[in-house]
Design a protein around this ligand. Structure first.
Ligand code: DHB
Ligand code: FE
Length: 282
């Protein structure tokens, strides 16, 4: 396939694709009771009011903020913005009652229904997929240390340019995504390529805010995983590369020291990374 300027993968449009994915995801309808809406909405508004008072926010600044909020909505970037700047705290609250492998944010780029793959498998990739070959191995166990067979490792990650299939144009559907099923010993061995660090699209309203505030827009390179098995609590998490750039300054604040892969030292061949997952009973 030839790529022209217009269909070469770029970050532009990733935000609005994420909005579409969010709208079409099957999700349980949550009826939030009025007392709860009152309590939380009141607290959020009080936080905004306090920031305005504390920082003497002016009318022109208020109008600029209004314009920006409208742009985020019209650009379809709310899922992207909220997952970068807010989700990590929701995850922190959820983690208060969670044992086993630490969780992390899901982010805006999960797509359900990917190909089911055996315990030893390569993720779907383009012929000659660019990047350092990666073999990611490990075991799924329960909190008692017993292997969990037939656990699903729903994996997705960015390519060597930091783009996700399904969200940036020019990448085949399902690329670098798959559901790998652990074997009778709980083992898995996933062949892929090392993802590049991810940059929040700089051309949309979220990127504009980041630039206007003088922040950086980077997340360290990461693998996304949802690990599930019948009778166990599902874990949504991310794994990072030791020493990776932005590991200590993730814009999404979604790193944890426990979520760093073990890299096996080696002379040649693919990069070998290991991680074992621990599931608690549901
Ligand atoms: C965002 C992107 C990611 O790849 C991720 O893991 C978390 C958040 C985002 O742009 O919102
Ligand atoms: Fe990501």
């Amino acid at each position: 396939m030839t790529t022209t300027e217009s269909d070469a993968p770029t970050a532009a449009g990733s935000g609005s694709s994420a909005s579409q994915a969010f709208r079409t995801a099957a999700r349980e309808a949550t009826a939030v009771p009025p007392e709860r809406v009152d309590e939380v909405a009141r607290a959020v508004l009080a936080g905004v009011h306090q920031a305005i008072r504390e920082h003497d926010v002016t009318y022109p600044e208020f109008q600029a903020a209004k314009q920006w909020l409208m742009d985020v909505g019209e650009g379809g970037e709310w899922p992207l913005f909220l997952d970068v700047f807010v989700e990590h705290v929701v995850e922190e609250v959820a983690a208060r009652t969670q044992d086993g492998t630490k969780g992390s944010i899901q982010g805006p780029y999960y797509l359900p229904g990917q190909a089911k793959l055996p315990w030893q498998a390569a993720l779907p990739m383009r012929p000659g997929e660019k990047g350092t070959p990666l073999v990611f191995t490990g075991q799924v166990r329960d909190v008692a240390g017993d292997p969990v067979a037939a656990a699903e490792l729903d994996v997705w990650h960015a390519d060597d340019d930091g783009y996700y299939s399904g969200f940036a144009p020019g990448i085949p559907d399902g690329n670098l995504r798959g559901v790998v099923v652990s074997n009778g010993h709980g083992w898995f061995e996933i062949t892929s390529v090392r993802p590049a660090p991810y940059q929040i699209p700089t051309d949309g309203p979220t990127g504009k805010l980041i630039a206007a505030a003088g922040w950086h827009a980077w997340r360290p390179a990461h693998l996304h995983l949802i690990v599930r098995a019948p009778g166990y609590r599902t874990i949504t998490t991310q794994l990072y590369f030791p020493g990776g750039e932005w590991l200590d300054s993730d814009v999404a604040e979604a790193t944890k020291p426990e979520l760093v892969l073990d890299l096996r030292p080696q002379e040649d061949g693919p990069l070998r990374a290991e991680y074992d997952f621990v599931l608690e009973r549901a």
